[in-house]
Each structure stands twice: as structure tokens, then as C-alpha cells.
Write a protein that binds this ligand. Structure first.
Ligand code: AHR
Length: 501
């Protein structure tokens, strides 16, 4: 028996729209080609930023974009990326293929991109190889309204008004590519760097500390104890603590991953679904540690890197992390977003890695062509949850088992918006079986139900530049309102979204 029970009357927590956030790094073809084509490109663009990608991301209301990394952030020197482009110095992107970075996409271009997307910028500063002064000056350059060396430099570079900047990360993965630090050492550095990243005028920064990798609970314990304790007046110096978790078949010693994004069997399918579901344990356990130091949940958990990570597509640069995206990734995205929704009281931002052409991308480009991946379509189906009120769901699901893995077949989340419209998203991870589900709805008597479904004929179904619409949402008419709520049959390996009024 598969049942979902929900009570609209107990809905109280807002699902922060930033849970549907993005991450874009100077890595492979994410920034260059993915977003930035330059003003002289034949690809339609606005001030060098490609218009098709912007339009696609606006459609799903991309709320926040994290930049410039990732590992790149801790070797990025922001002053190299301002001023006339032809005079900007180059650097070597040592993490990502040793390619030459020409710095044509810098602070002004990033803020323009965020304006075009109508999203919040989230800048990640350099702790690993940068100075306190450098980070401090970056914030001054971006946000200071008065007369100062950095504000004057910004004006000389063509931007008179300061930008609004809320989200600011103090380093990235400082336990690894961001400086190989111990949590104790980083926590001290965090406090110092965060102090000099000042609030200017009424621009209030939201400071995000580097968080743990996966199940490194000790990192969270130390960071919360040293910089996140809200129980004492000066114990808390952070607004958010990050967490990174990638879903992979196998991580190799050099950091690359095994397993093809498109060539896999059913064992590979369920392994990824099962590992994506591990996010729930991570959020619960890191959250329990945070609760100890921050019982009122003032400090947000910011999952600012998540997604699937496979071996790169054959023939592509091994450090450009370009991978295809199938129905398997759609299910992984759906169950992960359900987990974030469920924990919306603590998780207030998440940033999928990475928006375009890298890892679990929403958008892939090939010169002037662009395609939307199955993961994009899941974000599209989930857009209605942004800033809606979470309706907790109780799910009784049969298990889907294979190759020693066992997962609940059904995952779901629900929210209600200001107009009283209920939005239910659900997925069926079983690639063989359509499943009948009864939904018991309390506190709302549905009069109409409309739906969309994302499903495919094969586990590895994906969109290509030749066939870009193999996997895309279709109208779903399989839901029927009942006296107690609703019934539907969710197709095998599918994600559905239902609006109940
Ligand atoms: O997203 C790719 C890389 O994964 C990021 O640069 C780094 O932060 C993480 O290890």
C-alpha cells in the first residue's frame, strides 16, 4: 500500500527559494561558452552574456548564483578581473586543466549576469591563497557607497552605484583544495576574514563559512563551537555553514570519478538513487550538531555544492567535468530537492553543481546550440515550491530493491502558496513498475487537479543536440480527486508535479 498523508493546516515553514539555487565556477565550459561568449560573438548575447541560457534560467526562477568557485575561488584574485578586458592579466587555472584564464569574466560581468537573471549574487572569497585585505577590499569595491579607494576604483571602471551583495562565502573547501586546513585553524581564520568583510551602509552581508565534506561531522562540530554558537552574545560570527556532498559511483584518488553518465545498468541506477538519498542522513546528522550550538536554528545550513558526478564524456577534457544527464539524474535531483524541502527549517540555500556544461548541469551548450537536461525539467516542476509554505508529508512507500540496494520507491514533497494552491511533487524510482498512490489531504478540499510528468522509456534516456526533447515534461492526467484527497498512478521512473486548487 502506497500512501501519502499531508495536513495543510500544520504548514508553517517557508521553503526558501534559494534551495533552488545554482553554482557556476571557472571550470571547463561553465563560465566561458556556457554563460560568457563575449560581445562580438555571433551567439545572441547581452553585453557578452548569452541570452538563451539566461532565458532558460529565468524560466525556472533561478534565485541565487554562487561564483567564482569552487576550488577556483581560493586561487582567484578579483583585481585581475576588473578594468578594460584587453588589459586584464591572465592566470593559469591550475585546478581545472591548467588552462589560461583571461579574466574576461570578472566582478562586473558576474553582477551583470545576476541582474540579467534577476537572481541574488553569492560571491565566494579567497581564504586559501588570498589575504584578509584582498577579501576586505573586494567587499568594499562591490558595496561601498561613499568615497573610498575601492569605491573610486569601481567608479573608474564604469559602475557608479554600489551593487547590493548579500551572500558572501569565506573560502571554499578549506579542508581540501582551499588550503588543506584543520577545522580548528580554519575556524580561527574564518572569524578573522569574516570580520574584515564589512557591512557598508545598509548592505548587510550574510556570511557563510566553509562547511564539511560529506560525513565529516567533526568539521561541523568545531566550526559551530568556535564560530556558530548562538547561545552566547559573541559566540556566533556566521549566518550560514556550508555542506558539500556529491553523488558518485566511485571517487578516484585524483578526485575524478568512475562510471559513465549514460552507460549504466540497473545496479548503477539504484546505486545513484540510494547515494542521493544519503543526503537526508547528512542533513539530519549535521543538523543535530548545529542544534546543539544553535537551538533556534538561526544559522542556516547552506548545501552550496551538490549533484551527481561521473566520469567525463568520452573525448572531452578530463578536468572540464563535462557529463551528460539522464532520467537517473532527474530522479537524483527530485529526491534531493524533497530532502531539502523537508528540512527547510535548517536548509535555507542549496546550489546544484554546476549550472551549465559541468557535472549535473541544467543546461548544456554546443556553440550556438543549447539543450535543457532532465535535471532542468525537475527544477522546472519544482519551481512552485519556491517561497511557498512546506506541508509536511508522511509517506508510506513500498521498497524498490536491486543488487543489494533497497530504497523507498516513492519520494515526495508538498507546499501551499499564498493563494491556497497545493503543490505536490513526487517521484517513482522503480524503473519497472507504475505505482498506485493514495493521497490523504487534510485541511484542503481540492476542486481541481492539474499535473505534469517527466518520464522516459529508458533509465539512460537523455537529450542531445540532435534530439533535445527526448526527456521533457508532458501533461499528466492520471490524478483523480477523491473524498479523502487524491489518487494517482505514478509511472515507473518518473517525476510528477500536481497543482491542487
Ligand atoms: O564542483 C567541482 C568541485 O567540487 C569544486 O570546485 C569543489 O569545491 C568541489 O570539490
Amino acid at each position: 500500500m502506497n500512501e501519502i498523508t499531508l495536513d495543510v493546516k500544520i504548514a508553517k515553514t517557508t521553503i526558501d527559494r534559494n534551495i533552488y539555487g545554482h553554482f557556476s565556477e571557472h571550470l571547463g565550459r561553465c563560465i566561458y561558452e556556457g554563460f560568457w561568449v563575449g560581445e562580438d560573438s555571433p551567439i545572441p548575447n547581452v553585453r557578452g552574456i548569452r541570452s538563451d541560457v539566461v532565458a532558460a534560467l529565468r524560466k525556472i526562477k533561478a534565485p541565487v548564483l554562487r561564483w567564482p568557485g569552487g576550488c577556483f575561488a581560493d586561487e582567484y584574485h578579483w583585481m585581475d578581473g576588473i578594468g578594460p578586458r584587453e588589459r586584464r592579466p591572465t592566470m593559469v587555472n591550475t585546478h581545472w586543466g591548467g588552462v589560461v584564464e583571461n579574466n574576461h569574466f570578472g566582478t562586473h560581468e558576474f553582477m551583470d549576469l545576476c541582474d540579467q537573471l534577476d537572481c541574488e549574487p553569492y560571491i565566494c572569497g579567497n581564504v586559501g591563497s588570498g589575504t584578509v585585505q584582498e577579501m576586505s577590499q573586494w567587499v568594499e569595491y562591490v558595496t561601498f557607497d561613499g568615497k573610498s579607494p575601492m569605491a573610486d576604483l569601481r567608479r573608474a571602471n564604469g559602475r557608479h552605484e554600489p551593487w547590493r551583495l548579500k551572500y558572501f562565502g569565506v573560502g571554499n573547501e578549506n579542508w581540501g583544495c582551499g588550503g588543506r586546513m584543520t577545522p580548528e585553524y580554519y575556524a580561527d581564520l574564518y572569524r578573522r576574514y569574516a570580520l574584515y568583510a564589512r557591512d557598508y551602509g545598509d548592505n548587510k552581508l550574510y556570511r557563510i563559512a566553509c562547511g564539511a565534506s560529506g560525513d565529516d561531522y567533526h568539521w561541523t562540530e568545531v566550526l559551530m563551537a568556535k564560530a556558530g554558537d548562538t547561545r552566547t552574545p559573541r559566540g556566533c560570527q556566521m549566518d550560514g555553514l556550508a555542506l558539500h556532498y556529491y553523488t558518485s559511483v566511485k571517487r578516484l584518488p585524483d578526485g575524478s570519478r568512475e562510471g559513465s553518465a549514460t552507460v549504466f545498468d540497473e545496479a548503477g541506477w539504484i546505486e545513484i538513487v540510494s547515494k542521493a538519498l544519503f543526503m537526508d542522513e547528512l542533513v539530519c546528522k549535521h543538523g543535530t550538531i548545529m542544534d546543539k550550538y544553535d537551538p533556534d536554528k538561526k544559522v542556516a545550513m547552506i548545501v552550496d555544492e551538490w549533484g551527481t558526478w561521473y566520469a567525463v564524456e568520452p573525448g572531452t577534457h578530463p578536468r572540464f567535468l563535462y557529463q551528460q544527464n539522464t532520467m537517473r539524474d532527474a530522479i537524483a535531483a527530485a529526491v534531493t530537492l524533497d530532502i531539502f524541502n523537508k528540512h527547510a527549517d535548517r536548509v535555507r540555500m542549496a546550489n546544484i553543481a554546476q549550472t551549465v556544461n559541468v557535472l549535473q548541469a541544467l543546461v548544456l551548450t554546443q556553440q550556438e546550440k543549447m539543450l535543457l537536461t532532465p535535471t532542468y525539467h525537475v527544477f522546472d516542476l519544482y519551481t512552485a515550491h519556491q517561497d511557498a509554505t512546506l506541508v509536511p508529508v508522511d509517506i508510506q512507500s513500498e521498497r524498490y530493491q536491486h543488487a543489494g540496494y533497497s530504497v523507498p520507491a516513492i519520494s515526495a514533497s508538498a507546499s501551499v502558496n499564498d493563494e491556497g494552491k497545493l503543490h505536490l511533487t513526487a517521484s517513482n524510482a522503480n524503473p519497472h513498475k507504475d505505482i498506485a498512490v493514495s493521497v490523504f489531504i487534510r485541511g484542503l478540499k481540492g476542486r481541481t487537479v492539474e499535473g505534469q510528468a517527466l518520464h522516459a522509456a529508458a533509465m539512460n534516456a537523455h537529450n542531445t543536440f540532435e534530439q533535445p526533447d527526448v526527456v521533457k515534461p508532458q501533461p499528466f492526467n492520471g490524478a483523480r480527486l477523491t473524498a479523502e484527497g487524491m489518487e494517482f498512478v505514478i509511472p515507473k521512473m518518473s517525476v510528477i508535479a500536481l497543482d491542487i486548487m
